[in-house]
Design a protein around this ligand. Structure first.
Ligand code: T6T
Length: 314
């Protein structure tokens, strides 16, 4: 199946193979700070963390800002730090802006585990757990090529520059696209995690280049908006969309044919592994500084045999 390559890559690097603690030595107080609240990716991660917390016997509280924005995430982090938790799991929203606030939290003696995203210099962190985002971007190109074998113009809709995950996805996609002379890379446009903005970027791009054959949307909200933009432009079925993430709505969109392929991450595993690393760090156990989790490609060919990868609630 089209998922074989990527899931093989995932299982070989899956963090679950790292020695996981079975019980914490005490009921540690741990905070999880999401990239943004209300995003099925982070909700699923939270579900994984909660289940693992119950198993290990630790207490986790979860918070997230209303927007994927370091100016909103920093005060949340600062207030969490002043509550003196034993550890923080966080998806930093910007590689640069979250650097100093996180280094300061680590310097205060709090164990920091970076989940999903990272910062420019993560050396203060106990561990980093994320998908193979460059690989996911490359796989997104392979999926577009499968859908549009003759090639043509392709566009990327991303979130904001400075987000480690989506930047890596763009880089992987760009490298793969430029290595194939039948495709013409139109570059990346930023939607600020707002589906309406993504939709208008896509309709404007299709006005300028009506012969676009494919769009890679680097996260859930970019993909949602890109699908709307294609509908608004009357180009449904002509332009292929490959989106990162596979929430319940994305699976529906795939079945309805408004999106043609999804790169499904393993947010649950990222959360479980992240919490295991935090507890291992607190108990002086063996930590794994870098863990890469897998992904799979979902298309109409395998969607019926796929259970939704992400949850809307636990
Ligand atoms: O794609 C995920 C996450 O990996 C990324 O860092 C930000 O966007 C999502 O949360 C999906 O909305």
């Amino acid at each position: 199946s089209s998922a074989a390559g990527s899931s093989a890559a995932g299982s070989s690097s899956a963090g679950s193979s790292a020695a996981a603690p079975t019980k914490a030595s005490k009921n540690y107080k741990i905070s999880f700070i999401q990239g943004v609240a209300g995003d099925n990716f982070y909700i699923t991660m939270q579900c994984g963390i909660q289940t693992e917390a119950a198993k290990l016997g630790v207490t986790v509280n979860t918070q997230g800002a209303t927007k994927f924005d370091p100016t909103l995430q920093t005060p949340i982090l600062d207030s969490v730090v002043s509550s003196k938790p034993d550890a923080i799991l966080i998806a930093p929203t910007d590689v640069k802006a979250m650097q100093a606030p996180l280094a300061k939290a680590a310097a205060a003696g709090i164990k920091i585990v970076l989940v999903d995203t990272t910062v420019n210099d993560p050396s203060f962190a106990v561990s980093q757990v994320s998908s193979d985002n460059v690989g996911g971007g490359k796989a997104a190109f392979t999926a577009i090529k499968g859908l549009q074998p003759k090639g043509g113009k392709v566009l990327v809709i991303s979130v904001d520059p400075g987000i480690s995950t989506t930047d890596a996805r763009v880089a992987g996609f760009e490298t793969a696209t430029k290595a194939d002379s039948s495709f013409n890379y139109l570059g990346v446009q930023y939607s600020h995690n707002d589906p309406a903005t993504a939709a208008s970027l896509v309709t404007a791009a299709l006005q300028k280049d009506p012969d676009i054959v494919g769009i890679f949307a680097t996260n859930l909200f970019a993909a949602e908006g890109a699908a709307t933009g294609i509908k608004q432009a009357g180009k449904s079925g002509k332009v292929s969309i490959v989106g990162f993430d596979a929430g319940p709505d994305q699976i529906k969109a795939l079945k309805a044919g408004t999106v043609q392929a999804l790169v499904a991450q393993q947010p649950d595993t990222i959360g479980v592994d992240g919490l295991d690393q935090a507890v291992a760090g607190l108990d002086g156990g063996k930590v794994t500084p870098k863990i890469q989790t897998g992904f799979s490609i979902i298309t109409s060919a395998n969607v019926d045999s796929t259970t939704a990868a992400y949850k809307a609630a636990c």
